[in-house]
Design a protein around this ligand. Structure first.
Ligand SMILES: NC(=O)c1ccc[n+]([C@@H]2O[C@H](COP(=O)([O-])OP(=O)(O)OC[C@H]3O[C@@H](n4cnc5c(N)ncnc54)[C@H](O)[C@@H]3O)[C@@H](O)[C@H]2O)c1
Length: 247
């Protein structure tokens, strides 16, 4: 039985990913600021209240999980936040929080886990980046920068930790989760669907499947890479979104 730690598994992509690993018989620990649905706990996914932006808290949680289970096989650094506003309106407090959660949160969780993985010469570090890190997207400048940063962390962690520890990230396009639904009206969601060759948002389970693959031995030659799952969104060029903020 593998020990799999997933941050942000009380909702959306993380929750679907936790369910997939748990269904495969793995021991899954969810690190989230929000409590999970009680059904997830009944299904064997344990929860620890952890803010991934808290460097000390993350280190303590990872060390305790490792001590309790004697292993740390897979980590999925997935917790993330976004706040929709233009570059002229970004405030310092929110921008710093987005960086601390989305970028430094991944760095710290990977680092804390990697210390155990390197000692055991075994482990897989995964994270949720985004196609938003691959090109410009209006109204999410700070968020986009954090996701480019996650892909960059992935490459350097992979180089430093090879060959014993593999590192990869998944970059989803639009996924229908509470994060997306909180900031988009039905009309906005339909407009996004129109820009995606697949004609729709992904379901969280379709991203979870990518994590299951990357964590598996089938992916043993895959490290330092970003796996894009976006329904074809970034396959072509588009300028459709320019000028939407202040034009
Ligand atoms: N939904 C999308 O379209 C989409 C696309 C690309 C990438 N992503 C990324 O996928 C990841 C998951 O997003 P989602 O859409 O499932 O969002 P979500 O809001 O449904 O879930 C995010 C989870 O992270 C938790 N979380 C937030 N801040 C935290 C913190 N500081 N410490 C611990 N937990 C915290 C939340 O409580 C929540 O349970 C994020 O990194 C997001 O940026 C989402």
């Amino acid at each position: 039985m593998r020990t799999v730690v997933i941050s942000g598994a009380s909702s959306g992509i993380g929750r679907a990913t936790a369910a997939r690993f748990a269904a495969a018989g793995d021991r899954v620990v969810n690190l989230d600021v929000r409590p999970p649905d009680p059904a997830d706990v009944r299904g064997g996914i344990s929860w620890r209240e952890v803010d991934v932006a808290d460097w000390v808290e993350v280190g303590r949680a990872v060390d305790e999980i490792h001590a309790e289970h004697g292993a740390m096989d897979v980590v999925v650094a997935n917790a993330g936040i976004s706040v929709r506003r233009g570059v002229l309106d970004i405030d310092e407090r929110t921008a710093r929080r987005v960086m601390e959660v989305n970028l430094l949160g991944v760095l710290r969780l990977w680092q804390a886990a990697a210390r155990h993985m390197v000692a055991r010469r075994h482990g897989v570090l995964l994270a949720t980046a985004s196609v938003n890190g691959m090109r410009g997207y209006p109204l999410y400048a700070d968020y986009n920068a954090t996701k480019a940063g996650v892909a960059s962390l992935c490459r350097t962690f992979a180089l430093e930790l090879s060959p014993h520890v593999r590192v990869a990230c998944v970059s989803p396009g639009a996924v229908l989760t509470p994060m997306q639904q909180a900031e988009y009206t039905e009309e906005m969601l339909a407009a996004v669907n129109h820009q995606i060759p697949a004609g729709r948002h992904a379901a969280p389970e379709e991203i979870a499947a990518a994590f299951v693959y990357l964590a598996s031995d089938e992916a043993r030659f895959c490290t330092g890479q970003e796996l894009v799952i976006d329904g074809g969104e970034t396959a072509g060029a588009t300028t459709a979104m320019h000028g939407t903020a202040y034009a």
